[in-house]
Design a protein around this ligand. Structure first.
Ligand SMILES: [Zn+2]
Length: 224
């Protein structure tokens, strides 16, 4: 995907986050890396999502030098740290979604309660220590979660990874949905967890190569 397409996708993802209630105002930020050039498209700072144009989206090199577009989000150091520390992920979506952020103030992990969580996140969602906003330390806090595809920074909000922005967006919605369901269920009793074999199966499907995904999921047919 070319950087111009990634810039348009950044705008689209930010609008979908806002429409879904995962961010408000100009909070939240996203980034996506073009694997060919290594350039990163990242949210610009302080432009409302309804007015943002693809050409406003910041394009930076891996060191964070602005190549084109408006000034990047204050969370650029966090995005650069994760983009370089998790090369298997090419996209990062950071939100302030309320249930996930609330649970992170009282839990160290959100266990796997939903099939969609297994399919879009791949496992429990760890809570990592608070780190100051605008610094690489917040990215390092997320990296401390190991190979998790989502982590919630305590007293701040979730950070979700994906091989594409579409995957990272789905992850962000799944994190909030799981947090909401877990929070409600905990008030009523002890929530049942997803069976471990189902977690393994859905996580395997999640990580399959996207190009060959559909045919392998169908019953075998004669090859011609
Ligand atoms: Zn934030």
């Amino acid at each position: 995907m070319k950087i111009a397409e990634l810039r348009a996708e950044v705008v689209d993802v930010l609008r979908r986050l806002e429409a879904g209630g995962l961010v408000t105002g100009t909070s939240g930020n996203v980034s996506a890396r073009d694997p060919q050039s290594g350039l990163i498209a990242v949210s610009p700072t302080s432009i409302s999502y309804d007015r943002m144009r693809p050409e406003d989206v910041s394009v930076v090199d891996p060191e964070g030098e602005l190549i084109e577009g408006a000034a990047p989000s204050v969370e650029l150091p966090m995005h650069l740290t994760i983009q370089s520390g998790r090369p298997e992920a090419a996209a990062v979506v950071h939100t302030h979604s309320p249930y996930a952020t609330a649970l992170a103030s009282v839990l160290d992990e959100i266990p796997v309660v939903l099939a969609e969580q297994a399919a879009a996140v791949g496992g429990p969602i760890p809570v990592v220590s608070y780190a100051p906003t605008g610094e690489r330390a917040m990215g390092e806090a997320v990296l401390s979660a190991g190979d998790a595809w989502a982590a919630i920074v305590r007293s701040h909000g979730p950070v979700c990874l994906g091989r594409s922005l579409e995957e990272a967006l789905r992850c962000a919605f799944a994190v909030e949905e799981a947090a909401q369901v877990y929070a409600i269920a905990r008030q009523l009793g002890e929530p049942a967890l997803l069976p471990s074999e189902e977690l393994v199966r859905l996580n395997r499907l999640r990580l399959r190569p996207r190009a060959s995904a559909a045919p392998r999921d169908r019953p075998p047919r004669s090859r011609s």
